[in-house]
Design a protein around this ligand. Structure first.
Ligand code: NAP
Length: 468
């Protein structure tokens, strides 16, 4: 843990294990109520300092943090790979992206501005001038999941600091290492002690303490819909943004370029063993090309190399726990029981699951209607685009979706009709760069990330009006 610029211990220790084989890689301390109070009060004091800093001072700290993150690429990638079991080549990409997220946040600090309000556009506004200014909220609690422990945390911390707030970060219990490293890194870059505190420990205990804490102004949460809904219901007047799950769908239409679509669908379905919130889980392929697509898709998936996450050649390592791998395995079995065909993969060894491809998945199977968060994808045929759009929309979630087609009219029809936060034409829904607006509708949450958009969520507008 790191509170007020100091490393803090507690009597309760918790091992952090490499999910692939259970080797202990570190241990962290579990916070108590007193630690939560200390972290919030130290953030509260630092928030006063943060709001008085010039925009350029905040921007400079963030730019330096981006630079140091890039310098420590290997060290951070190894930490990320060890805590969440992500293949090292993907962990390196995550570090690169985290550096970019910080750089974009640093740029947003320079752009923080309000506007002049045309007061005399209304009769009562004659002789009044007004402007808006954007003020920080104070202390923001950032609660993050295990699957992108570094970059998703930076998506909260970067914009919060750019906007002049202080942060209490609660990483997932399985992945606390990179969070503690980043708090120390920020301080080396000149961030005032207490402006970024990291508390570790079980979400069920610490989460509630943060959500109810009177000195926390906002909760920015990324994680499961279940926990997100609970936070939403308990947060009362606190501002809340929720980045939740999805069961992403992509349509592959009859005129699609399969040379492009197939490899992207393979990568989009199985990167980080499908533990990505926008991982491709449902593929709807036009009946005319379904068999050809399936054959090439299976071929691509079989080429993925399964192995230790620290091996640079590894494509597929493990899920976060053996229990999660067992859950996904049981969902595959359930789909088969309900009539789906298992076309490839599905074998499990400890926490590792071979990429599983199912065909003709009935809508009632959990693989079709819930979030699998594992290396499994269902491929179903369709006859008309209207039918495919309806099936994409028949989901409780709405984060991102996509279509492969050469027909611009079909592409834009699907873009208009599909109810999601982001829509990809000629790419998989698993596409994201860090400056774009990112977030969902329906059970996928509300609010948008991407530094520009997160800064808006993390500031409030104040009107200053004067009579001339
Ligand atoms: P999770 O179980 O919901 O946990 C997320 C975070 O919430 C962890 O830090 C967890 O702490 C904490 N938490 C647990 N119970 C809590 C409570 N009662 N109050 C407050 N915090 C609590 O999710 P996960 O398994 O780590 O991550 C997978 C989920 O995240 C998937 O559903 C995925 O789709 C979603 N996700 C969404 C996005 C997006 O941008 N939309 C991105 C990535 C992941 P502990 O670890 O200590 O339990």
């Amino acid at each position: 843990m790191r509170i007020g610029g100091q490393e803090v211990t507690s009597p309760r220790r918790q091992p952090v294990c490499l999910p692939y084989d259970g080797t202990e890689v570190a241990a962290v301390f579990q916070a108590t109520r007193e630690h939560v109070d200390a972290a919030v009060s130290s953030a509260r004091a630092a928030a006063l300092e943060m709001r008085e800093m010039t925009l350029d001072e905040r921007s400079t700290i963030l730019r330096k943090a981006a630079g140091k993150t890039a310098e420590r690429r290997e060290e951070l990638a190894l930490a990320v790979s060890s805590e969440c079991g992500k293949p090292i080549k993907e962990a390196r990409v995550e570090v690169d992206r985290a550096a970019q997220t910080l750089l974009f946040s640093s740029e947003e600090a320079h752009r923080l501005r309000g506007e002049v309000v045309p007061m005399d556009a209304s009769p009562g506004g004659k002789g009044r001038w007004a402007m808006t200014i954007r003020e920080p909220l104070g202390v923001i609690a950032a609660i993050t999941p295990f699957n992108f422990p570094l970059n998703l945390a930076m998506h909260k911390i970067g914009p919060a600091l750019a906007a002049g707030n202080a942060v209490v970060h609660k990483p997932a219990s399985t992945t606390p290492i990179s969070a503690v490293m980043m708090a120390a890194l920020f301080e080396e870059c000149g961030l005032p002690p207490g402006a970024l505190n990291v508390i570790t420990g079980p979400g069920g205990e610490i989460g509630d303490l943060l959500v109810f804490h009177r000195d926390i102004a906002m909760i920015t949460f990324t994680g499961s819909a279940e926990v997100g809904l609970r936070i939403r219901n308990l947060a009362a007047m606190k501002r809340v943004t929720l980045e939740l799950g999805n069961n992403s769908a992509v349509i592959v239409d009859e005129d699609a370029d399969l040379d492009e679509a197939v490899p992207r669908c393979v990568a989009g379905s199985f990167a980080h063993s499908g533990q990505v919130c926008i991982s491709v889980q449902r593929i709807f392929v036009h009946d005319q090309i379904r068999d050809l697509f399936l054959e090439r898709f299976v071929d691509g998936a079989r080429k993925l190399r399964i192995g230790h996450p620290h091996d640079s050649e590894t494509d597929i390592s493990s899920l976060i726990t053996e229990r999660e791998a067992e859950r996904v395995e049981s969902w595959v079995a359930e789909a088969v029981d309900q009539g789906a065909r298992l076309v490839a993969g599905g074998a499990r060894r400890r926490a590792t699951l071979e990429p599983a491809i199912l065909a003709d998945v009935p809508p009632s199977a959990r693989i079709a209607c819930r979030e699998a968060f594992g290396p499994v994808v269902g491929v179903n045929g369709y006859q008309t685009l209207a039918e495919a759009i309806e099936r994409v929309n028949s989901s409780d979630y709405g984060l991102q979706a996509g279509i492969y087609t050469r027909d611009i009219r079909k592409a834009f029809l699907a873009a208009r009709r599909i109810h999601v936060g982001g829509f990809m034409i000629n790419d998989v829904p698993q596409y994201r760069v860090d400056q774009m607006p990112y977030g969902g509708v329906k059970m996928s949450g509300h609010g948008r990330e991407g530094p520009k958009y997160a800064v808006e969520e993390m500031t409030e507008t104040k009107l200053v009006c004067w009579k001339v």
